[in-house]
Write a protein that binds this ligand. Structure first.
Ligand code: F0G
Length: 469
């Protein structure tokens, strides 16, 4: 029988009109924004694929939950609902809410890292590495080599390379490893999952040396879907069950609830380790708020608790991944170089291949993101040389192997016609790629520069107009 279409398991109850702009207006806007899509006004954006973070559409159940916010300073009812959701779905006894993911990363890094200790990760994430380094730790990338190759079809490019990890342990000694910080659906690798088999191996190895595993569990559900799809023995298991198994291998998790958890703000740290929990309780009050609200309103805690139950619905997670794949396959079919396999939250264009004649120090991904905005009002994000920043010791660009533009899909927000608009814009620019010029830096902040650095084109072009003298 012919394969039948499976549509979204929800319908639209409320709409948010979008402003339409002209190419001339968008050209003006991108110059104003210093060719940095973070500096555009969201009002001037038609389809916002900047990030999947905090951009989800909440359900009617979540909106109803907002009205049940208990805004008490201490012991809010909604905190206990969140606690129960985390216990039932993630399987951790203790939970400390924080305002968003990096709040939890900050607390965890401060508590668990002694200066000079190492923190191996499956590739870096910007805020996570920043918190490791600020706590005096040393980040080490132990992801498999395949993850650094955009064309490699490995089904689990988020896997940790056991040999890299074990040689680090031997080289520095287990006591100098603070913990392993392992991310499901590795963002910077293109939303690539790790396998349960790999996780089990890493757990065996760390058990031998008494090293802890902390997950950055931000996109764990999406990772579980890929396990269901690709790993033997999981096809018939509900995602909810796969998630529980995965979490069983971690000593603690930090979580940005702005992704998997389907809320616009929030995060938490969860663990079964009472001592760590006590330290978190002491520190959270200094930086975020009391341990029963962690910088969130009662209503936010309620929406979060409800989002946690909704995210493990197999029909939902299927349609989420299917939409990302739909966009990716359309772009790929036109010959545009993208990271494969297509990841869980975004389609990543390989800007080095797309703009072969622009050297990496002329920021090809930044230029392509700017060009996409001018062409169609689609906002995307650079994930390459600008995001990777400079080495704190040498001051040089880190020049990462991956120079990507990320088209990130918010959850439950856009239709596949929006995906078509984005795909057509990418394809048309690919046909006219010779026109896109490289960029030069005109302003750069010292940390997390991708948020606010400013650029200008190196030459006049059709897409950006004449270079100003
Ligand atoms: N970990 C991962 C893997 C992330 O992708 C993010 C955020 C964080 C931690 C930090 O969480 O934003 O709640 O403080 N990623 C966003 C993105 C910003 O667009 O990829 P946060």
């Amino acid at each position: 029988m012919k394969k039948r279409t499976v549509a979204e398991p929800y319908k639209i109850k409320m709409v948010e009109p979008l402003k339409m702009t002209t190419r001339e207006e968008r050209r003006h806007n991108i110059w104003e924004a210093g060719f940095n899509t973070f500096l555009l006004r969201s009002e001037d954006v038609y389809i916002d694929l900047l990030t999947d973070s905090g951009t989800s559409a909440m359900s009617d159940q979540q909106w109803a939950g907002l009205m049940l916010g208990d805004e008490a300073y201490a012991g809010s009812r909604n905190f206990y609902n969140l606690e129960r959701a985390v216990q039932e779905i993630y399987g951790f006894r203790y939970v400390v809410p924080v305002h968003q993911g990096r709040g939890g990363e900050h607390l965890t890094a401060r508590i668990k890292i002694q200066p000079g200790q190492y923190v191996p990760m499956n590739m870096y994430f910007t805020t996570t590495r920043e918190h490791i380094e600020r706590a005096g730790g040393i980040f080490v990338d132990v992801i498999i080599d395949e993850a650094h190759d955009p064309q490699n079809e490995h089904p689990f490019k988020g896997n940790i390379d056991r040999v890299k990890l074990e040689s680090l342990i031997h080289e520095v000694g287990p006591e100098r490893i603070a913990y392993i910080w392992m991310a499901p659906c590795v963002n910077m690798a293109g939303g690539q999952p790790f396998s349960m088999g790999n996780l089990r191996q890493v757990r065996d190895l760390t058990d031998q040396y008494g090293i802890e595993i902390v997950f950055d569990a931000t996109r764990a559900v999406e990772n579980c879907y890929f396990i269901k799809e690709r790993e033997a023995g999981y096809a018939d298991k509900p995602v909810r069950q796969i998630l529980r198994e995965m979490m069983g291998y971690a000593d603690a998790i930090t979580m940005s609830s702005k992704k998997d958890n389907l809320v616009n703000i929030g995060g938490f740290v969860a663990t079964n380790d009472e001592e760590f929990y006590q330290s978190l309780r002491e520190l959270v009050v200094v930086y975020e708020g009391l341990h029963t609200y962690g910088g969130l309103a009662g209503r936010d805690l309620e929406a979060l608790a409800r989002g946690i139950y909704e995210m493990v619905d197999d029909h939902y997670i299927y349609s989420r991944i299917a939409q990302v794949r739909y966009l990716g396959e359309r772009i790929q079919a036109a010959g545009v170089p993208i990271v494969v396999p297509i990841g869980g939250h975004a389609v990543f264009i390989d800007a080095k291949q797309f703009l072969r004649n622009i050297p990496q120090d002329e920021y090809p991904a930044q230029a392509l993101a700017a060009a996409l905005y001018v062409d169609s009002g689609v906002r995307t994000m650079e994930r390459g040389n600008v995001s990777a920043g400079r080495d704190p010791h040498t001051g040089k660009h880190r020049s990462p192997k991956l120079e990507l533009v990320r088209l990130t899909i918010p959850r439950r927000v856009y239709t596949n016609l929006h995906m078509d608009v984005a795909a057509e814009s990418v394809i048309e620019l690919f046909e006219k790629r010779e026109d896109i010029p490289g960029l030069k830096r005109v302003d750069e902040p010292p940390q997390l520069r991708f948020f606010s650095a400013r650029f200008e084109p190196l030459r006049s072009s059709e897409v950006f107009g004449p270079v100003k003298q």
